[in-house]
Ligand binder design. Sequence first.
Ligand SMILES: NC(=O)c1ccc[n+]([C@@H]2O[C@H](COP(=O)([O-])OP(=O)(O)OC[C@H]3O[C@@H](n4cnc5c(N)ncnc54)[C@H](O)[C@@H]3O)[C@@H](O)[C@H]2O)c1
Length: 340
Amino acid sequence: MARKKILVTGGAGFIGGNFVQYMVDKYPQYGIYNLDLLTYAGDLTKHKHIETKENYHFVKADIADRETILTLFEKEKFDYVVHFAAESHVDRSITDPGVFVQTNVVGTQVLLDASRMTEITKFVHVSTDEVYGELDFDPNTFFTEDTPLQPNSPYSASKASSDLLVRSYNETYRLPVNITRCSNNYGPYHFPEKLIPLTISRVLNDQKVPVYGDGKNIRDWLHVIDHCAAIDIVLHEGINGEVYNVGGHNERTNLEVVKTIIKILGKSENLIEFVKDRLGHDKRYAIDPTKLEKLGWKPTYTFDTGIAQTIQWYLDNKEWWESIISREYQNYFEKQYSSI
Ligand SMILES: NC(=O)c1ccc[n+]([C@@H]2O[C@H](COP(=O)([O-])OP(=O)(O)OC[C@H]3O[C@@H](n4cnc5c(N)ncnc54)[C@H](O)[C@@H]3O)[C@@H](O)[C@H]2O)c1
């Protein structure tokens, strides 16, 4: 029997990269095709240990390049698509929203067209809890799959737009789809512009750690490996057309997260520097993942075990994140953090 082919878009990024490694190791019977444009957030060095495996393939392409994508789908006849590729940083969407629409909306539509034309078996669209907007601080309220979409940032608006396109291709063309909406991920290979890796790298270098506003905004933290397992289950067991929320049951204020990292690394809280709040900063995200748990998924990491494992990974892989920071320094980090 011919080997099944899974196209993973954005497989050089943080979550897609972890997912590619997870799938290559777990399913030697599948061909895993990592398609990525290698933007500032893409990096292939993380795949050194799998790049010679015969079930791993890499394709450099832009998901919004219709001709290239249609030609590739016609040639390879993928069975499944797991779609991670996106512009993913809220701060960047505030300064430059255009590329978020191009990649997250137009790129998704191109992939949906190619999937429809080649009659794939399943399209899993990886989205975010940020499409639901924000919750207040009442700890008994959670996003469910029925919460109305109310995105507040250009990033979350572009993701919500792509979610609606995915839904419409299911309703209109009967394309078999699932949408997953997860909370904030953390773990190995997280790009060091996001809160947890930024804090770890700056604390290790005795640099000030910027915290937006009063630091009381709450996020739910999901270890990236638990997220990979969730997507694996949705890919194989998800009911056609359904949305699944993925959350870690790990709500923390941003300040608690920063203080935990400082404590584990044995440094002083004097490193914390409160900075002007992010525009339109959502107060709280929290997820009810009951629907996904009914498919047999459960997170395996608590925040305490996950953050300890993640910090150890950053200590063991200094070369990786230092090379990313030095590559990006002139472009972005200097502008963002030079005053701190
Ligand atoms: N990181 C999180 O906490 C989080 C939370 C919820 C949802 N998500 C979603 O998960 C997905 C992956 O997030 P991430 O944190 O791994 O992102 P990331 O920024 O680390 O990686 C994105 C990847 O997409 C690639 N890419 C960007 N534009 C492309 C294009 N036009 N064509 C092909 N490839 C392109 C980049 O090169 C990069 O490798 C995104 O869709 C994001 O919206 C992330």
